[in-house]
Write a protein that binds this ligand. Structure first.
Ligand code: SF4
Length: 686
């Protein structure tokens, strides 16, 4: 503050990083952000912020921020006017649609954008382009949670509110490094642990919360299904279920018993690499020291059985009645600020706004939008890239999402980009996708420069408020979408004066959000479903029944070992994930002082493996997989087990996704980031 100057104005808004959704006050002076501080009365963060929300805002004024539209001509980027850029994009999209058909174009919404902007992105794809080829970055993170929770409980979202943390007696944290990736929730869990709540952590690594746990099940990456099935078996065998809940609210017990029959704790222990006794203790603790609540992260979902793994976790809640009651539930911790909202607004090929299935809701939307909707099956992000590689997809429009750096097996992603005739990148910075493959760059206003709403992990919709005018010539994403729609002859369906007008249309098409008006949001966030203006919102789902009826069905899912297995040539298993100080592809945090705290990615290696390989702390190594290689410094730590490695993925110079594997979740095609077989090589003269 001393350096930047005391703010002269404060604007309340919502953090642009993780899915916790902390509210903060943005302090500005002379057209710049000089301070961010927590909103003391915010229901989620209750006066706290983490090192990202509080200090990582300098990207807004970064010197390399692109603030004029650009078109690449003869290999060189040239600044152009907005009129020229919009006309170029509209003409190219029309040309490609006329030549190759509407399904040769794909649009990707963004967790960085507001709900209103994501709503327009999917409406643009369906109404202006005429294709269901629309998706978002949920595809590479929690799409399996949405599918699994929808299948088991009937709603593909967190069942509970963060306020259930203070009511829970036992926490089952699975595949979530909460204190680094969702720090304010991690802090609330630590406070609960201090007051006596019990903690079970399921994670291959010794995360900070594993150090606080009563039981740490440090399983082999991707073996969660045998673990959860064995816990279920113990719960059933030792009569630790909630008999009344089981009788009144659950079905499918017979098929479920058969599915888990082979998973004795001893058998699971062999597969998972943990002790059978620890599995028994975890099952007993979760089932008896109630209420018990689950939080899970990408350690469950980013596997080739990601969806089935979340279903196996949800089974435990059904068996023990740990859903729908205070202090219970199954809750995905969403990685990005508005990834929940992005998918929920309809940026998925098979759902419309409000996660309404396309097949069911089509007629309603056709009536509201006044035009027919495309009938062909849309492609998700991974299918779009596959189609591009085969030459079927010709154009891709990316909002705030560096696909090249973020997606696994980068050589494959690059092959897809190489064949595209049009890559439109809408972002704050010339990200790696734009730098390598962009044809046109549309400069977007940042989260500090626009109005709208975000939706956090607990289904809470909160306001984003403009603190500064858009930098240079940049424009909010919603305005750019409306401009291109107008240039393509659909102006009347995109004639919005601003985000509130767009939100009014969202309320009209989504019954579960009809009661959430901007006027009400002035008093604070609201959790959907909230169907009418006098409805208080729904902090906790499934209290009396499930959307499909009184009972939920246990998921009798099999365990199928990952196709990605270590071998003599690739003897280590690499897991990738985030650090506290940086965020995803680093587009934002790499332009803030947080880089002083975590300057580059590093590879965690166990002390025994480091000794075997003769590695020293900080030494750069070559990591090689069947798909590619990367070089980065070593960090020797007890946090990883021998035979396992962990790397962050924030530094474009390291570009760890050059070597991550191409396997995908069997239901959603979400990449298996959490398990790649690799070898380590010392570099000469290291
Ligand atoms: Fe932002 Fe998440 Fe940190 Fe809260 S916990 S300040 S939402 S990054």
């Amino acid at each position: 503050v001393l350096e930047l100057g005391t703010p002269t104005a404060w604007t309340r808004s919502t953090c642009p990083y993780c899915g916790v959704g902390c509210e903060f006050l943005v302090g500005t002076r002379d057209g710049k952000i000089t301070q961010v501080k927590p909103a003391l009365d915010a229901p989620v963060n209750k006066g706290h912020l983490c090192v990202k929300g509080r200090y990582a805002f300098a990207y807004n004024d970064a010197p390399d921020r692109v603030t004029r539209p650009m078109i690449r001509r003869d290999g060189e980027w040239q600044a152009v006017s907005w009129d020229e850029a919009i006309a170029f994009v509209a003409a190219e999209l029309k040309r490609i649609r006329e030549t190759h058909g509407p399904d040769s174009i794909g649009i990707l919404g963004s967790a960085r954008a507001t709900n209103e902007e994501n709503y327009l992105a999917q409406k643009f794809a369906r109404v202006v382009i005429g294709s269901n080829n629309v998706d978002c970055c949920a595809r590479v993170c929690h799409a399996p949670s949405a599918v699994a929770l929808a299948q088991v409980f009937g709603t593909g979202a967190a069942t509970s509110a963060f306020d259930d943390i203070e009511l829970a007696q036992t926490f089952l944290l699975a595949g979530t490094n909460t204190t680094e990736n969702h720090p304010v929730v991690g802090a609330r869990i630590k406070q609960a642990r201090r007051r006596g709540a019990r903690l079970i952590v399921v994670d291959p690594r010794k995360t900070e919360l594993a150090g606080w746990a009563d039981i740490h099940l440090a399983l082999r990456p991707g073996t969660d299904i045998p673990l959860f099935h064995a816990m279920a078996r113990v719960i059933l065998e030792e009569n630790l279920t909630d008999p009344a809940f089981l009788a009144e609210r659950v079905e499918g017990l017979g098929a479920f018993r058969e599915a888990i029959a082979e998973w004795t704790p001893e058998r699971a222990a062999e597969v998972c690499g943990v002790s059978a006794e620890a599995i028994r203790q975890a099952a007993r603790l979760y089932a008896t020291h109630k209420p018990s609540i689950c939080f899970h992260g990408l350690g469950l979902t980013e596997h080739h059985q990601g969806s089935e793994t979340v279903m196996a976790l949800a089974n435990l809640a059904l068996l023990t009645g740990n859903v729908g009651q205070p202090g219970t539930g199954v809750n995905p911790l969403r990685g990005q600020n508005n990834v929940q909202g992005s998918a929920h607004m309809g940026c998925e090929p098979n759902t419309l706004t409000g996660s309404q299935p396309l097949a069911k809701a089509r007629a309603h939307f056709e009536q509201l939008w006044g035009c027919p909707l495309p009938t062909t099956k849309g492609l998700n992000l991974m299918q779009m890239l596959d189609a591009a590689r085969k030459g079927h997809l010709k154009a891709l429009w990316l909002f705030g999402y560096d696909v090249l750096l973020s997606n696994p097996d980068a050589a494959h992603t690059a092959q897809a980009f190489e064949r595209l005739e049009l890559v439109v990148v809408q972002d704050l910075f010339m990200n790696e996708s734009a730098r390598a493959y962009g044809h046109v760059f549309l400069p977007a206003a940042s989260n500090f420069e626009k109005d709208g709403t975000f939706m956090n992990s607990e289904r809470r919709i909160q306001r984003v408020r403009q603190a500064l005018p858009p930098a240079g010539d940049s424009r909010p994403d919603w305005q750019i979408l409306c401009d291109v729609a107008r240039a393509m002859g659909q102006g009347e369906r995109f004639a919005f004066e601003g985000p509130e007008a767009i939100w009014e249309e969202v309320r009209a098409v989504w019954p579960g959000g009809a009661g959430i008006s901007y006027a009400r949001l002035e008093q604070g966030g609201l959790q959907w479903p909230c169907p009418s203006l006098d409805h208080p919102g729904t902090p906790r789902l499934h209290a009396q029944s499930f959307p499909a009826g009184p009972r939920a069905t246990l998921a009798a899912v099999p365990y199928v070992p990952s196709p990605e297995q270590p071998s003599p040539e690739y003897p280590f298993v690499l897991i990738t994930g985030r650090t506290l100080y940086a965020f995803n592809a680093g587009t934002m945090t790499a332009r803030t002082p947080n880089t002083r705290l975590y300057p580059t990615d590093r590879l965690e290696v166990s002390p025994s493996d480091a000794e075997c390989l003769g590695l020293r702390e900080g030494e750069r190594v070559r990591v090689v997989s069947p798909y590619g290689e990367a070089r980065l410094p070593v960090h020797i730590t007890q946090r990883v087990k021998p035979g396992e490695l962990f790397s962050t993925f924030h530094d474009p110079d390291v570009f760890i996704n050059r070597l991550t594997n191409p396997h995908r979740d069997r239901y959603t095609l979400t990449p298996q980031y959490k398990r790649t077989a690799v070898r380590l090589e010392k570099l000469p003269n290291a």
